[in-house]
Design a protein around this ligand. Structure first.
Ligand code: DP6
Length: 332
């Protein structure tokens, strides 16, 4: 009897934190950004996804952390699946099973690890063998920042002009610089406004145009500081960018306030540590939790201090991580 080839694959991918943010979409359907962005993959924020296409399945089903997804959330996953089915010229139904190793809604961008793991597992399960560039483009269609989790380590998303020119490339491998990103989690519930909603409001800020003028220079400066491993300069630009991104959010119409009082308390602590000569710098994404960057040698000490700040529920220490990859152990 002939063995039937299995259309089933499993991928692992990591979330990422942006040094220079993607905020505002030039093309909302294709997730084309206004500006390039730069990020680091996070070793302790991981998604594993198994995808199987099977002619015997009667319907498409999607599960995240054991929960069956319906409505908008399911449609968002199926949008990427449909792109794969179209490319692979296949019509079979699919089963998607995904799990995160970090709490759902921990304010960690699970859409980046989720959609990059989905792009790799779904395209491979369909029999396609996509290049890194094609995978990054596919992941971007699910969630913009997901395109940056396809290459490993430190990554730049080149904004491009259209679907085929907007994708992420590696700037440096994960082992280039032994940085740590300690996430001080102060809120695990649902965000006040999702990043997808925030992107739509960004252009309504009177400062959005000014930001776009400032960004090319900032991108060059942070890249230079990064490549020279100038941590002080790197950190100063990281913070400048984090504040500016929040200014855009706070001056959008209607405004979005991502930072909470505990966010400011952690920022204060980070600044005090610097006065004492312990170098650390903060950034945030679309939420109140704080990502504190430091050098590996200081991570243990800083983590201990952060955990004691009132309101900090727990911390997650991340090293720079590799890009998305396939594994042979399936989730179902
Ligand atoms: C603030 O990629 O989550 O984290 O494309 O709508 O899924 P969608 O948005 P998303 O936006 C990320 C916003 C950010 C900045 C960044 O990661 O660059």
């Amino acid at each position: 009897m002939q063995k039937i080839k299995k259309y089933k694959k499993t991928a692992v991918s990591f979330a990422n934190i942006a040094f220079i943010k993607f905020w505002g979409k030039k093309d909302r359907k294709l997730n084309i950004p206004y500006n390039n962005s730069i990020s680091m993959n996070l070793s302790n924020c991981k998604t594993t996804t198994t995808v199987e296409f099977n002619p015997r399945f009667r319907e498409d089903s999607v599960f995240l952390d054991g929960e069956r997804l319906e409505g908008e959330k399911k449609l968002r996953v199926l949008k990427v699946i449909d792109l794969v089915r179209e490319k692979a010229a296949m019509s079979w139904r699919v089963k998607v099973f995904s799990k995160n190793n970090f709490p759902k809604d921990a304010g960690i961008a699970s859409s980046a690890s989720g959609f990059s793991a989905l792009a790799l597992s779904a395209s491979s399960a369909s029999g396609l063998s996509l290049s890194q560039k094609e995978l990054s483009i596919l992941a971007r269609r699910g969630s913009g920042s997901a395109c940056r989790s396809i290459p490993g380590g430190f990554v730049e998303w080149i904004r491009g002009r259209d679907d085929s020119s907007s994708f992420a490339v590696q700037i440096a491998k994960a082992n280039f610089w032994d940085l740590r990103d300690i996430v001080a989690v102060i809120e695990t519930g649902k965000k006040e406004k999702s990043s997808t909603e925030g992107h739509l409001l960004a252009e309504s800020s009177p400062f959005f145009k000014i930001r776009q003028k400032l960004l090319p220079n900032r991108l060059e400066e942070i890249k230079e500081a990064f490549l020279k491993k100038n941590f002080k300069k790197f950190g100063e630009i990281l913070e400048e960018e984090a504040v500016e991104f929040n200014v855009i959010a706070m001056t959008s119409k209607p405004p979005i306030f991502y930072w909470k009082k505990e966010t400011f308390e952690i920022i204060e602590k980070v600044r005090k540590l610097r006065e004492k000569g312990i170098l650390s710098y903060f950034t945030t994404d679309a939420g109140p939790n704080v990502h504190v960057f430091c050098l590996a040698k200081d991570a243990f000490k800083i983590n201990k201090i952060l955990k004691r700040v009132p309101g900090v529920l727990f911390t997650i220490i991340n090293k720079p991580a590799q890009g998305a990859y396939l594994i042979s152990k399936h989730l179902f």
